[in-house]
Ligand binder design. Structure first.
Ligand code: GAL
Length: 997
């Protein structure tokens, strides 16, 4: 029997003391952070296929892996970078606020997956004079060995970590070993609303870094009111004879250091004087002019793309180069449906091009610094970036933020380290105009310390943090999901005062942004225009950032190969937040959702309007800097038969912020006629880096496409009503005597109308209105009122020689409330006119989702052509992107494939709908009414209501048509305010007429 020394922790793993997973501090053994840049020396990418072993816990993980001689022959192969859950190891898990493990900081669960990575590489001679190993993103806690030697640990998943490997790296046969634990004490700092995705998910590189090279540069490029550029450079270490050159400006000179700075870790930085580099073109998101700056020594030439711009806060406004900005922003997470957080570079470029093409000019990198390449693209394509620290502790909110790391001294050093890693890495990007301390991390002294450090290190940018509404240490008053009513008060500087007058005074004079608003989950967001109108009206309101840009769907396949997007709970998670992770303006594979098209329209940088007589076009240039010289103008006149006329238009160049009225030519004005719509578009005159020439930026319309409504004249004998074979024959129609519904029209089986008050709840219908705390979910009130179970009872069917009157009472199980509908039918032998008069009883709730009539036609009636709004969907508070005109689409094209199926696809403002069996020709049925909405779906509403994923939507061979006389708005209550009063549908009487032909 062996006697153990007293106090031996029997539960310990030999790796506990090396990996230090419960250490709340920063990583160990690494180099101090510095800028990402082309440092002009050899770089070896270590990306590629590595050896990999997955263990469910540290206890189950192999020992001895760090030894060069360790035999990894039985291990798998894994691409690096990657999120290992996407390669058959473990499973992704999604939570929003809640931690999926006990809230017991700094401890981690025993069930803590471990991924062991090994990579064998040759470096070459050029790394032997000095080298650094860099990880750009490793989730969550890495322990790194090179050639058997421990280098240290990493903390801060979305931050870069570097290790000195001089003297350790060899020219050939290096063995790099990285053990990654999915959870550590630092997981409590990374509670972002996203999938938990462990892995080395960004690049790994070896960088040559000889003694006599410089390791860091901080470029300060400003723009003066006089139009000249200023340049100041900090270089670490302050090497002699560094030549600074900006070829494009004819600027070149040896850097003289006006002083040196020492950091806490003993580093020394030379700080140059500030140069005036003469007249420059300033950088802005609208005109992202970059100059190449080179910093050369005989050993190396560092290349940086520099944008001259100065950010200030004056008059409660954020100004760039003296001009106030308006953010048309989005929050961007990093996600790929097949790869997780390892986002390919090509995708990043596609995303940013897509944003630019939709008039988006700002990005908040929620809620961590992005892949470094993203900021290169933001500089180049032109975006204002709020660069956010990798920090969120939202799960502490439950329990009143007890133990929140923002206030716990044990986490202070880690938080300062994270902030420094954010700022140092990205400090040379002109696109970054604000540093954000993190997201939803409560309040506390550690946040103040992060802000103070940031201000000292980089006084030329602004500091942002939303979580402390008193704004004691930030430059911007920022909020999320505030109602339009509150935003308006803030715009007027009339917000509810803070208790402390000094704090209130400070906050009242800060600019205001919505760092998150209009939650783009499912069908929606509704109410975009209301916010934009406020931003336009009040200078203090400088715009907002939609939550969020991309959906985090994970592509999966059914057993028979149908692809669909999965969400929280689909991977067997015990604790999860369902489809709350599917709330983007683009799908996970970058297909624009209707909300993105609406956003493009609402934030378009031109206000255009054509007078009712088609004689004048009013232009308001809403760009902050650009005049309209980069635009070309087109006009089109359309009618029921399609495009009738069109051409280009001369519009004089209008300066940023200016307004002009342009007289339209007689060629256009003479086209004015009933059933004509004039559309004027401003398009790119030339190709840009993000869209081809001709890409539309803004548009306006004048004219109404309404189809004239047919008159049904009942002449005696045109059509009598006869009962034959158990059916009522009435002109071109037959009716069921048991339900009173139409059973055929023009010999086509047409069943209906049947009153419906239900829609498959949208994610917003399932939300709780933030504006009314304590209010129930709207969809629950509809279910409680029995709306999904509405059933009709035929009361009477009478024919008076001219009119067929059918009275139906619709009720719901259990309850007394009902709706009486009188359907009055008339016919001239060819057309069939229906007037429906609807009288609800007392006792219904506050709103109905819709007031519509269902029809069923054979599935072959799958082609729709309509006059109204299109081509996309439109609800009362959405669909700003929908134009007026004449449209056609197949039933399939009419659907929006929301990841969690829900109400979608309504076409609104319709005066005529033709359903046919073929795109052109074929059998058809026409519906005409003054103003209605229609939806056409290949499955029933019940199927749509019950579906959880797109493969649940199985067509039943029937064309399900609903004609809506009224529709409830959409709102954004999935996270935010609900449907504004003007867009709510209150139960009430209604009359409506439709003619079938
Ligand atoms: C915010 C949060 C985001 C996201 C959003 C809802 O509170 O900052 O990360 O969770 O709500 O989708």
């Amino acid at each position: 029997m062996n006697l153990l020394p007293s106090n031996t922790n029997l539960a310990a793993s030999p790796y506990d003391s090396i990996m230090e997973l419960t250490n709340p501090g920063p990583g160990t053994g690494g180099l101090r952070p510095r800028a990402h840049m082309d440092h002009g020396l050899p770089v070896l990418s270590l990306n590629g296929n590595w050896r990999f072993n997955y263990s469910q816990s540290l206890a189950a993980a192999p020992v001895g892996i760090e030894a060069e001689t360790f035999d990894d022959g039985a291990w798998d192969t894994l691409p690096v970078p990657s999120s290992w859950n996407f390669h058959g190891h473990g499973a992704p898990a999604y939570t929003n606020v809640q931690f999926p493990f006990p809230l017991d900081p700094p401890h981690v669960p025993d069930a803590n997956p471990v991924g062991d990575h090994r990579c064998l590489f040759d470096a070459g001679q050029e790394f032997l004079q000095g080298a650094v190993l860099r990880f750009d993103g490793l989730d969550n806690a890495g322990t790194v060995w090179l050639n058997g030697q421990l280098l240290g640990t990493t903390r801060g998943s979305k931050l870069s970590h570097e290790f000195e490997v001089t003297g350790i790296v060899r020219a050939v046969a290096n063995v790099l070993v990285v053990r990654v634990a999915q959870f550590s004490a630092s997981s409590f700092l990374e509670d972002q609303d996203a999938w938990w995705l462990p892995g080395i998910f960004r690049d790994v590189s070896l960088l040559a870094q000889p003694q006599a090279s410089f390791r860091d540069v901080f470029v300060h490029a400003g723009y003066t009111a006089g139009g000249s550029g200023t340049l100041r450079v900090e270089i670490d270490p302050p090497l002699p004879d560094v030549v600074a050159t900006i070829v494009g400006l004819g600027f070149s000179g040896v850097l003289e250091f006006a002083g040196t700075d020492h950091d806490e870790q003993g580093g020394e930085t030379g700080v140059s004087a500030t140069f005036d580099v003469g007249q420059v073109e300033p950088w802005s998101a609208e005109s992202p002019i970059l100059y190449e700056l080179t910093l050369s020594t005989p050993l190396q030439t560092v290349r940086l793309l520099v944008g001259f711009r100065t950010i200030t806060v004056e008059d409660a406004q954020i100004k760039l180069n003296g001009t106030p900005l308006l953010f048309r922003g989005v929050n961007r997470h990093e996600h790929n449906p097949d790869l997780g957080r390892a986002v390919p570079r090509e995708q990043m470029r596609r995303e940013l091009r897509l944003m630019k093409a939709h008039n988006i000019n700002a990005i908040r990198t929620s809620h961590y610094p992005p892949h470094p390449v993203l900021l290169d693209l933001a500089d180049e394509l032109g975006f204002y970036v709020i660069d956010e620290c990798d920090y969120e502790t939202h799960g502490f909110e439950d329990g009143d933020w007890a133990g929140n790391p923002s206030q716990e001294p044990q986490y202070r050093e880690a938080l300062l380290d994270r902030m420094a890693r954010t700022v140092e890495r990205d400090k040379n990007h002109p696109s970054v105009i604000m540093w954000s301390l993190g997201n939803e991390a409560g309040k506390g002294e550690n946040l103040r310390a992060m802000a103070q450090w940031t201000k000292e290190r980089d006084p030329e940018r602004l500091v942002h943090y939303e979580g402390d509404w008193a704004c004691p240490y930030v430059d911007v008053y920022s909020r999320m999901y505030a109602t339009p009513a509150e935003v308006e008060l803030i715009g007027r500087q009339e917000e509810v005062p803070l208790p402390d007058p000094a704090q209130d005074e400070h906050r009242r004079n800060l600019p205001f942004i919505l760092c998150e608003y209009v939650h783009a989950m499912g069908n929606g967001p509704g109410g975009l225009q209301e916010y934009q109108d406020l931003f336009d009206a009040h200078p203090r309101l400088q715009g907002g950032f939609v939550w969020e840009w991309i959906e985090h769907g994970i592509r999966q396949h059914t057993p028979d190969g149908e692809a669909f997007f999965a969400y929280g709970g689909d991977f067997g998670e015990q604790v999860h937040d369902g489809n709350f992770v599917i709330d983007g303006m683009v799908s996970a594979d970058l297909e624009p959702r209707p909300g993105l098209l609406d956003y493009k329209k609402v934030v378009e940088p031109l206000g255009l309007a054509v007078s009712a007589d088609w004689r004048e076009l009013a232009v308001h240039n809403k760009y902050d800097f650009l005049d309209t010289a980069h635009l070309a103008w087109t006009w089109t006149v359309a009618g029921p038969e399609g495009k009738m006329a069109g051409g280009t238009l001369e519009v004089p160049v209008t300066a940023a912020g200016a307004r002009a009225v342009v007289e339209l030519s007689a060629e256009i004005t003479r086209e004015l006629a009933p059933e004509r719509v004039l559309t004027i578009s401003a398009v790119l005159a030339h190709e840009s880096p993000w869209a081809p020439a001709g890409h539309e930026i803004a548009w306006t319309q004048q004219g109404i496409p309404a189809a004239p409504q047919p008159q049904v004249h009942t002449t005696s004998g045109a059509a009598g009503a006869v009962v034959e074979d158990g059916e009522l024959h009435f002109g071109p129609a037959t009716f069921s005597l048991s339900t009173g519904e139409l059973s055929t029209f023009k010999s086509v089986p047409v069943n209906g109308p049947r009153l419906t008050l239900w829609r498959a709840p949208t994610d917003n219908d399932n939300g709780k209105d933030h504006a009314l705390p304590g209010s129930p979910r709207t969809a629950d009130t509809w279910v409680a009122a029995g709306l999904p179970l509405l059933q009709g009872r035929l009361q009477s069917m009478t024919y008076d020689g001219g009119e067929l009157a059918v009275r139906v009472r619709y009720g719901v199980p259990v309850a007394r409330q009902h709706v009486d509908v009188e359907y009055a039918w008339r016919t001239d032998g060819t057309l069939l006119e229906l007037s429906a008069h609807l009288t609800p009883s007392e006792g219904w709730g506050q709103t109905w989702p819709r007031l519509g009539f269902d029809f069923e036609l054979p599935g072959e009636f799958s082609q729709a052509a309509w006059t109204g709004h299109g081509p996309g969907q439109k609800y009362p508070d959405t669909g700003m992107a929908a134009q007026r005109g004449w449209f056609s689409a197949s039933m399939e094209e009419l659907q929006v494939p929301y990841v969690r199926p829900q109400e979608n696809g309504a076409r609104a403002g319709v005066s005529k709908l033709v359903l046919s069996t073929k795109p052109a020709g074929g059998q058809s049925v026409t519906f005409q009414s003054e103003d209605f909405a229609f939806t056409l779906q290949p499955y029933s509403r019940q199927v749509l209501t019950n579906a959880n994923h797109t493969p649940d939507l199985v067509a039943d061979g029937i064309s399900h048509l609903t004609l809506d006389a009224a529709v409830q708005g959409i709102g954004t209550a999935s996270c935010g305010p609900g449907v504004l009063p003007a867009y709510q549908l209150a139960p009430g009487p209604l009359s409506s007429t439709v003619v079938l032909g």
